[in-house]
Design a protein around this ligand. Structure first.
Ligand code: NAG
Ligand code: NAG
Ligand code: NAG
Ligand code: NAG
Ligand code: NAG
Ligand code: NAG
Ligand code: NAG
Ligand code: NAG
Ligand code: NAG
Ligand code: NAG
Ligand code: NAG
Ligand code: NAG
Length: 404
């Protein structure tokens, strides 16, 4: 009886979930390195995700600072065009275009500019202030040399890796280590197999920022990453914190952070950057190696913007006239947590996508727990009511029997 009611509740929940979910969207995804060029000393990775009536182009490049462009077009027949002569010239404006340009509905970019290494005197992990911290000279990612992504490109797994080391490294910090951006694309929805088990769909791509084997400059080193993002004038990026109630996949991490466009005119353009507030201090991403991460208030970069990046090639010379640029810091690690020194590894994952950011819904496990929790009292109540009424009826019947 109890099992039956629980089964009933369970099928009810699952049924609701199944009917409530929209039809699964898929895209045909292809990866191409350096389209239109046979020279592999530079990296320009083009991810093309073609859906029904739309194409999302992702362009990752290490020409300048590592940058990703997201270009959404409302046609399934748009092309990326790169003029390599222009792109590698000092005036790259207009070297990267999407044709026909009239189909471009939305675009944004994310640049990874600097890595900060700092020593915590009293292990407070408060990155925002300057008290009690000693900053080593930051690693400017524009001064790195990047290996060709050719060998890492896997067209069936839809992954590629951009790996870089500091160009001039007298201290030898990078002699056995590197900074890498591991990029993955997806043809349909799902959940990552590796921690922090992020959700994805066909509209998004994943990036993993990896700092591995780099020699820290002190025993108490922690790291932070500086990024720059842009949005059309009139709008800007908004930081949003979403609390997930279901932490089955990343125990104790409930917070999902999102950078989304915010237009006062109510424009619904949506390019998002989403991550869980956690990084990992070991490759395996185990529970013992979690490093909570924190994002800080942005700084406006609206004056002169000289950071070398493919954004100049795509957005043209008057970038700052037409776009708001903002820089954000993300720091990894908390007070009393482990230092980078422990395993010489730091890994942080995030999703970059178009549309509605993926959201955790209740997992089957949680639904089962809820069904048991809700079902048990309900069954007890039902059984109780039945038993009581049966006993009552029996009593009433037995009381009246003698009279008959
Ligand atoms: C590739 O490009 C680099 C500069 O970006 C140049 O020095 C090199 O000669 C080129 N190689 C080939 C094979 O064209
Ligand atoms: C594409 O979308 C249109 C309307 O949005 C629909 O009518 C059509 O069946 C879809 N085609 C495919 C192949 O899914
Ligand atoms: C590429 O750019 C160069 C330099 O700006 C220009 O001379 C050339 O015509 C361009 N090529 C194409 C195919 O547009
Ligand atoms: C670190 O902690 C010690 C002892 O608590 C204190 O005396 C010192 O001022 C602190 N240093 C900084 C830079 O906060
Ligand atoms: C590409 O990835 C697939 C799936 O992860 C793997 O089986 C295959 O060996 C990879 N190919 C190369 C060339 O690494
Ligand atoms: C280089 O790194 C690997 C793995 O991170 C480690 O096993 C190896 O001992 C390191 N080698 C040197 C010379 O530090
Ligand atoms: C780092 O720790 C090692 C071993 O614990 C010690 O030998 C070394 O002196 C420390 N280095 C610094 C800069 O504190
Ligand atoms: C809102 O403003 C942005 C940037 O100025 C513009 O691209 C967009 O079309 C506007 N949306 C609406 C609904 O007016
Ligand atoms: C640049 O940003 C600052 C801070 O938000 C603001 O005060 C200033 O007016 C902006 N300048 C321009 C030219 O938009
Ligand atoms: C950029 O701005 C300058 C000066 O405001 C102007 O002369 C030029 O035509 C603009 N370029 C583009 C591509 O709009
Ligand atoms: C990030 O933090 C470093 C070190 O405190 C600081 O120099 C830099 O200006 C910060 N960047 C932003 C965007 O706040
Ligand atoms: C993916 O992009 C399409 C536009 O091509 C949009 O209609 C859809 O809502 C997006 N999906 C999600 C999950 O955001």
């Amino acid at each position: 009886m109890r099992v039956q009611v629980q089964l009933l509740l369970w099928t009810l929940f699952v049924g609701l979930g199944a009917t409530g979910a929209p039809e699964e969207e898929t895209r045909k995804v292809s990866l191409e390195l350096n389209p239109g060029s046979s020279n592999s000393t530079q990296n320009l990775l083009h991810i093309r995700a073609v859906g029904n009536g739309s194409t999302i182009h992702y362009v990752w490049s290490t020409i300048g600072v590592p940058t990703v462009l997201l270009i959404y077009t409302d046609s399934d027949n748009t092309d990326l065009q790169v003029n390599w002569t222009k792109l590698l010239s000092p005036e790259p404006h207009g070297a990267i275009r999407v044709e026909p340009a009239g189909h471009v509905r939305y675009s944004t970019a994310l640049l990874f500019t600097r890595i900060f290494e700092y020593k915590e005197v009293n292990n407070t992990a408060d990155f925002s202030g300057t008290d009690g911290k000693f900053f080593y000279p930051p690693y400017e990612l524009s001064e790195f040399t990047w290996a060709s992504a050719r060998d890492s490109l896997n067209s069936s797994a839809l992954t590629a890796r951009l790996t870089g080391v500091k160009a001039t490294d007298p201290a030898g910090s990078f002699s056995n280590g590197s900074v890498a951006f591991q990029v993955s694309a997806f043809e349909s929805s799902g959940r990552d197999a590796s921690s922090p088990r992020l959700l994805h769909n066909a509209n998004c791509t994943k990036m993993e920022f990896l700092l591995s084997g780099v020699q820290p400059r002190g025993n108490n080193s922690r790291f932070a990453l500086e990024m720059v993002t842009l949005e059309k004038k009139g709008g800007r990026k908004k930081l949003r914190s979403v609390h997930s109630i279901d932490d089955e996949y990343t125990p104790t991490i409930f917070e999902v952070m999102e950078l989304v466009p915010d237009f006062p005119n109510g424009s619904h353009a949506q390019g998002y950057f989403q991550w869980k507030s956690v990084a990992y201090g070991a490759m395996e991403g185990g529970r013992a190696d979690t490093l909570p991460c924190k994002i800080y208030q942005p700084r406006d970069l609206n004056e002169t913007f000289r950071i070398p990046s493919i954004v100049h090639a795509f957005y043209g010379e008057n970038l700052t006239d037409n776009y708001n640029l903002e820089a954000y810091n993300v720091s990894f690690g908390i007070a009393d947590g482990d230092f980078y020194d422990k395993k010489h590894f730091l890994g942080w994952s995030a999703m970059i996508g178009y549309g509605t950011p993926p959201r955790d819904s209740f997992s089957v496990l949680v639904i089962c727990i809820m069904a048991v929790a809700l079902g048990t009292p309900l069954v007890l109540l039902l059984v109780g009511t039945i038993v009581v009424s049966v006993i009552r009826r029996r009593r009433i019947v037995s009381q009246y029997e003698p009279l008959n």
